[in-house]
Design a protein around this ligand. Sequence first.
Ligand code: ARG
Length: 497
Amino acid sequence: MGRRLIVGTTIDRVDDKSLTENSAAANRTSLWGGRFAGGPSEALARLSVSVQFDWRLAPYDIAGSRAHARVLAGAGLLDPEELGRILAALDDLEAACASGTFRPTVDDEDVHTALERGLLERLGSLGGKLRAGRSRNDQVATDLRLYLRDHARGVAARLVELAEALVEQAGRHVDTAAPGMTHLQHAQPVTFGHWLLAHVQPLLRDLERLRDWDHRTAVSPLGAGALAGSGLPLDPGAVSKELGFRTSFANSMDAVADRDFVAEFLFVTAMIGVHLSRLGEEVVLWTSQEFGWVELDDAFATGSSIMPQKKNADIAELARGKSGRLVGGLVAVLTMLKGLPMTYDRDMQEDKEPAFDAVDTLELLLPALAGMISTMTVRVDRLVAAAPVGFSLATEVADWLVRKGVPFRDAHEITGKLVALCAARDCALDEVSDADLATVSEHLDPSVRDVLSVRSALAARITPGSTGPGPVADQLATAADQLTTWRNWTAESVVPR
Ligand code: ARG
């Protein structure tokens, strides 16, 4: 049975008190410095430090270290006793990181430096053996792939929950009529269940995107070293296998230069953000006085500090608003990567915050949206009353004429005239007299009224994927099945142990 490597603690600021507490400047661990006369300037140190945000990679870095230690032992570069001590120290360090007894200090440039310090504290000079054949360049690429693969499953699990909430609401409204819209104008009646399921399909595609992305991301960079591979007899395939990757890198230079997986992850999260913003916008509309289609549960709505009567859909608005930072993260990483020469460049340190922020944002937002959707009350009376408003049954008249052999072009024209007549008289399509029908067109007769009900319009839509109650029930069952399959995927663990 595998495990999920989700680290409990994150550190937001490098001047966080907890960071400085165990700072021991005298024992400063650096992964470089042999050729330097003095330490880094304060300004450089402050600029380049990344441990305040990359500390969350710690469990993945430790998993990589375990795999690397075994490979060094396999190559005869560690004896079995040394390997045993290193693995025990890594276990101990991992537990200390998880409990918070080991924390990074301000002097640790990044997560890799902090963990090397932790290992040196436990093993003395033996701890320094683990760096052979490895560079932070292949390490950080490996850690970030593992982190994102792991958290992609977490995001996917939350997406499944939102989709399930939508499916559950849809199940209550398989035959609730609603005014379907284009251009935000009443167009044709639909069932509200169909409408809710229209928000499920994008989420199913997002889940598929995450899984496709995961396949391409499951390539281990470890063994690429700084850029050239290793002169030591390492075994990238064995490391890849131990870390749950599909395969290892084909080109050591690409292995450390590639951040496609970050940009692509951020595309998927931006796309998710855009989908959530569209759902959010609809809930904002539905809950307005003007629509009044939906009432939010008190636990998922907010009030106003000055207007006692207010009930606002803040979750829906935050869904709309947070799409901005998700799209921004994608743009930031693509722009950072553009024009970078081979291979690793320090610019690439800028890949992490947008990626972490995308994960954090969705992990916050999705449960709130799921709760809002599953607890909202749909005002069926208001929806049903709105469904035929705005001559939304006009297409039924045109189709009725087509069934009688009238070319659609003429049918469209005739129906347009009927609509104009009704608009002038301020009446509904089925309220026109028999005589008036005949004046509009010789092809119209009173039996056209048979198709002038929302119910009959919906019932006529029986082809797969249409809005009629029958196909909606089929769609509902299929979506529920697919979500069960996705749920299983999200439970898979990335790093076997
Ligand atoms: N903190 C660095 C990053 O996130 C780790 C790699 C540093 N490599 C280097 N050669 N300076 O990209």
